[in-house]
Design a protein around this ligand. Sequence first.
Ligand SMILES: *[C@@H]1O[C@H](CO)[C@@H](O)[C@H](O)[C@H]1NC(C)=O
Ligand SMILES: *[C@@H]1O[C@H](CO)[C@@H](O)[C@H](O)[C@H]1NC(C)=O
Length: 421
Amino acid sequence: MKRIQTCGAMTLGVSIVLIVLYATLNLENSNSHNPVGVDTSKHPSIHVRDRDLKNQSKRENVAAPLSFVHNVSVSADFRESIPQNGAYWNRLLYSALSNLDQGGNPFSQPSECKETNKELLQTNIHDFNSYPLLFQSFLQWMNCRSPAVLINQPDKCMFSEGGSKNPAFFLFAIKSTPGNFEQRQAVRETWGQERVLNGLGVRVLFLLGRSSPDDPDLSSLLSYEAKHFGDILQWDFLESFLNLTLKMNAFLHWAVKHCPHASFVFSGDDDVFVNTPVLVKYLQSLEADKISKLYVGHAISQSSPLRDPKSKYYIPLSFYDGAYPSYAGGGGFLFSGALLKSLRSVFHIIPFFPIDDAYTGMCFKALGVSLEGHTGFQTFDIRAEDRENLCAYKELILVHQRSPQEIKKLWNGSHNPLLTC
Ligand SMILES: *[C@@H]1O[C@H](CO)[C@@H](O)[C@H](O)[C@H]1NC(C)=O
Ligand SMILES: *[C@@H]1O[C@H](CO)[C@@H](O)[C@H](O)[C@H]1NC(C)=O
């Protein structure tokens, strides 16, 4: 691959010969032994399971043809921030990038929710067996790029009220889990009310995966809730912290298809308090050049993967070796709706990483969109002595983490006309 890069400067004839040669080599790789397992679709030992076949019939075609991938390039800035070394993800990334630079698709077909062969992973990662089980499971399913939609809201972003002209609108895309009924209800009753605020429409969606078969079956409650409120989106993959990147990806596919005109998108958790009026005021104060290139939140800079195997955020060194580019804390951040399409494309290029907010930060960096830090986003919470003080929330946009009861109390309090700060 190095060879191809240096050849770029050579004469056209030589380049063509080498590119043809490269294509042949690449083909052999995918048919015999794929050193990093990028394209598992052609690997003979990957079998399609019966369940996958059944799902295909009811599958909404979330994976559009991949022609869109060609519309984006990956910034030099991003490439420089990720070291090229022997760790598995680093190798996956550079293999995908070199494929992209040759004009190919890093993922030659829209892969369904397909399992990666465990032996292949053991071959590629010398200490794979010592990874925590959930991490192993993430790796086996990290190519789950178009899970089936179980509950859909195709009309969420259609506005019928207010005559023919649709208002500009803002979409809250809130990560939730099937059992979090109370959290969702608190959000609906408070900061996530659907309405038009200062001329800006507010739309709300809760993004869900599936609960484990070992858990109580909540599916009929969920479908009731979805019919009643019309704000549940659910996909067919297992709900798990390490699967949040899959969730973001599934959401981006959905949003490009069903909600491409959103002015702004909020991605965040269901246990945060958002001061929606302050948020809307902030959005309306933005300068024109920011409006289409916004990525704002609590900036986490110069952080590195945690190497303690007991941590929720544990990243083994043999999986990823490097620091994290600056990113916005996943409790809640905002970005321009105009970026939805290119973000979806770049999610197709950069291999999934199990920490969703760090991954999203990488993708924005790859797009050349710079992160804007804003002190109104407090994803690590505010000082303990200020937590009961309503005035401390007056200028804040977001605070993590609050119970449904606290959310109600804060919302009520911040709307009290007698509040003087
Ligand atoms: C992610 O989802 C897949 C597909 O449902 C599942 O098999 C896998 O176990 C999940 N990953 C984790 C880490 O739970
Ligand atoms: C909501 O605010 C009102 C005053 O505006 C207060 O009387 C009431 O107790 C509050 N309710 C809650 C749940 O905090």
